[in-house]
Design a protein around this ligand. Structure first.
Ligand code: FAD
Length: 474
C-alpha cells in the first residue's frame, strides 16, 4: 500500500500531533475539522473544554516541543507564564498547606486556546499538510479486498458547498470524546471494541477574570496561582486559580460524586466561599469577571479497547480522546495525545508502510502506554464513593495507596514530592514509585508523621502561611 494520502479526522491536539508525524511518511496529509479555525487564540465550538483550566504536563511540554520546534518560545512570547508549582502556587493538600519550596518541574500556564493556536500556527508551516475547515465528517468509505479496508471519508461542508468525499490510504480518528466512528463501524456490520467506563461523576464550573494590575495585589499574596484539593468524600469539592496570558486568570471549581459545582454566577461565587480556604474568593472579590460561568460534566474515563478488537478494519487507526479519554482533572489528555502520535511515528518507522497487520500492532502499542495514565486517573477516582465502573486491578490500587501517602508526606519531603511530581508529569513511569529506596523514604516520613500526629494534630489554617519576612513585618 502506497503512503500517498493520509486523512486525519479532527484538527485539535491529537489530530495536529498526528498530522505532524504523518507528514514525515505521507506525500500528503489532510486534516478535516467541522469548525472554522479562529484567527488567533479564541474559542471554537468543537473544543468546548477550552473554557476550563488546561494544565500541560511537563512531558507534554517537552513532546510538543519535539513535534513543533519553537512551541515553547512562541508560547512565552504570547504571554504564557513559566511557573514553578512548588514555589509559585499556594497548595492546600488533604493534610494541609504544602511548604513553599522549589520543585523539580516548571509548568507553562496559559489558556487552552493559546496552546492550540500556537501548535496550529507551527503546523501550518509543514507544506504537505492541508487543513480543511468547516466540514463535518459523516461517514467512512470502505472496500473489501482480502480484508475490509477503510479507503476514505464522506464530508458535508458547513457553508453550503456540495458534499464531497476524500480518498486516502490511511484514515485516522482524532475526533475526540464525541467521535462518531464507533457508530460507522457498527453500520459496517463489525463488532465494536470493548468500551470500559469509569465515572466518578465529576463536573467543572469555570469563570474568567481580569487580574489586578501588576503591583496592585496585596503584598502578602506571594502566590501566583492557587490549588485547593478536595478531602475525599468529606469535602469532595476543589478549586484552582490558574494565571494565564493577558493578565487574566481562570478559576475552575470541581466536584466529585455528583457534587457538581454551581453553573450560575451567584451559586459559583457562593461556592468559592465554601472551599476549604477563602483564598480564591478573596482574589475574585478584587477582580473583574470576563465571562459567564461555564459548566462541563462529561468527564468520565472512557477507554475503547481497540487493542482487543475482534474485528478488523485495515487502514483505520484512532488515537487521542476518541480511544482513551481520562477524567480531565488529572491533566493527562494533551500529553497523551502527543505521546500517542509519537508512538505512531515509532510504529511507522519500525513496521514500515501501514499495510495489513499494522493496525493491531499500533493499537497494542498505544494501549500499553494508555494503561498507566488510566490506572492513575481511575485509581484516584475510586477514592470517591459513588464512582462507578470497573475497579482497577490490585497493582493499580497499590499504586493509588502509595500516591496518597506521597501526597501527604511530600509536603515535608522535597525528594518525595519531586518523584511524585515526575510521575504525575509522565516523566517517569508509576513503577518508579515502588523503588525500594523510595518506599523506605516514604515509610520513614509517614512514621514521623504518625508520631507527630499523636502528639499534636496538625492544624490547617484557612490561609497559606506568609513568607518569613512578611511574618516578621506583620
Ligand atoms: C473540561 C476538560 C478539561 C480538560 N483539561 C485538561 C488539562 O488540564 N490537561 C490536559 O492535558 N488535557 C485536558 N483535557 C483533555 C484535552 O482537552 C484533550 O485530551 C485533548 O484536547 C486531546 O483531545 P483530542 O484532540 O483527541 O479531541 P478534542 O480536543 O476533543 O478535539 C476533537 C476535534 O475533532 C473535531 N471533530 C469532532 N467530530 C468531528 C466530525 N464528525 N467531523 C469533523 N471534525 C470533527 C472537533 O471539532 C475537534 O476539533 C480536558 C478535557 C476536558 C473535557
Amino acid at each position: 500500500m502506497a503512503n500517498d494520502h493520509a486523512i486525519v479526522v479532527g484538527g485539535s491536539m491529537a489530530g495536529m500531533c498526528t498530522a505532524r508525524v504523518l507528514s514525515e511518511f505521507y506525500r500528503k496529509v489532510t486534516v478535516v475539522d467541522r469548525d472554522a479555525y479562529p484567527a488567533g487564540a479564541h474559542e471554537r465550538p468543537g473544543v468546548p473544554q477550552s473554557r476550563h483550566v488546561h494544565a500541560l504536563l511537563m512531558r507534554g511540554r517537552q513532546e510538543l516541543e519535539t513535534l513543533f520546534p519553537g512551541f515553547e518560545r512562541s508560547m512565552l512570547a504570547s504571554g504564557a507564564l513559566d511557573l514553578n508549582f512548588g514555589l509559585d502556587f499556594a497548595v492546600l493538600r488533604r493534610a494541609g498547606w504544602s511548604k513553599r519550596q522549589r520543585g523539580a518541574i516548571s509548568t507553562l500556564f496559559a489558556s487552552r486556546v493559546l496552546m492550540e493556536e500556537t501548535v496550529r500556527s507551527l503546523l501550518r508551516r509543514t507544506v504537505n499538510i492541508e487543513l480543511i475547515e468547516r466540514a463535518d465528517v459523516i461517514g467512512i468509505k470502505t472496500e473489501r479486498r482480502a480484508i475490509l479496508r477503510a479507503t476514505g471519508i464522506k464530508c458535508v461542508p458547513r457553508d453550503g458547498r456540495g458534499d464531497f468525499e476524500l480518498t486516502g490510504d490511511l484514515i485516522i480518528d482524532a475526533s475526540g470524546r464525541s467521535t462518531k466512528f464507533p457508530g460507522w463501524i457498527r453500520d459496517l456490520g463489525l463488532a465494536l471494541p470493548e468500551e470500559i467506563v469509569v465515572d466518578s461523576h465529576t463536573g467543572y464550573a469555570s469563570r474568567w477574570y481580569t487580574a489586578l494590575a501588576p503591583g496592585t495585589r496585596p503584598a502578602e499574596w506571594w502566590w501566583k496561582g492557587v490549588w485547593l484539593e478536595p478531602r475525599g468524600d468529606e469535602v469532595a469539592e476543589a478549586g484552582v486559580l490558574f494565571p494565564v496570558e493577558g493578565n487574566r486568570f481562570l478559576v475552575t471549581l470541581a466536584g466529585w460524586g455528583g457534587k457538581y459545582p454551581p453553573s450560575d454566577e451567584d451559586g459559583f461565587t457562593a461556592q468559592l466561599q465554601k472551599l476549604r480556604s477563602p483564598i480564591i474568593a478573596q482574589e475574585v472579590a478584587l477582580a473583574e469577571p470576563l465571562s459567564n460561568v461555564y459548566s462541563y460534566r462529561q468527564m468520565a474515563n472512557r477507554w475503547r479497547r481497540y487493542d482487543r478488537w475482534q474485528s478488523r478494519l485495515e487502514g483505520f487507526l484512532a488515537l487521542g480522546d476518541s480511544t482513551c479519554a481520562f477524567n480531565p482533572v488529572y491533566g493527562q489528555g494533551m500529553t497523551s495525545a502527543a505521546l500517542e502520535a509519537l508512538i505512531l511515528r515509532d510504529c511507522l518507522k519500525e513496521f514500515g508502510s501501514p499495510d495489513d497487520g499494522f493496525a493491531p500492532k499500533f493499537f497494542n502499542r498505544i494501549a500499553k502506554f494508555q494503561a498507566e495514565p488510566w490506572a492513575m486517573a481511575t485509581g484516584a477516582d475510586f477514592n470517591f464513593s459513588g464512582t462507578e465502573g470497573r475497579r482497577p486491578p490490585a497493582p493499580a490500587r497499590a499504586l493509588n495507596r502509595v500516591i496518597g501517602k506521597m501526597i501527604e508526606v511530600g509536603a515535608e519531603d522535597q525528594v518525595i514530592a519531586d518523584r511524585l511530581s515526575e510521575v504525575v508529569n509522565m516523566l517517569r513511569p508509576p513503577g518508579s514509585l515502588f523503588e525500594a529506596r523510595m518506599l523506605a523514604r516514604i515509610a520513614r516520613a509517614w512514621g514521623r508523621r504518625m508520631v507527630r500526629g499523636r502528639q499534636a494534630p496538625a492544624e490547617v489554617s484557612s490561609m497559606p502561611p506568609l513568607l518569613p519576612a512578611q511574618r516578621m513585618a506583620a
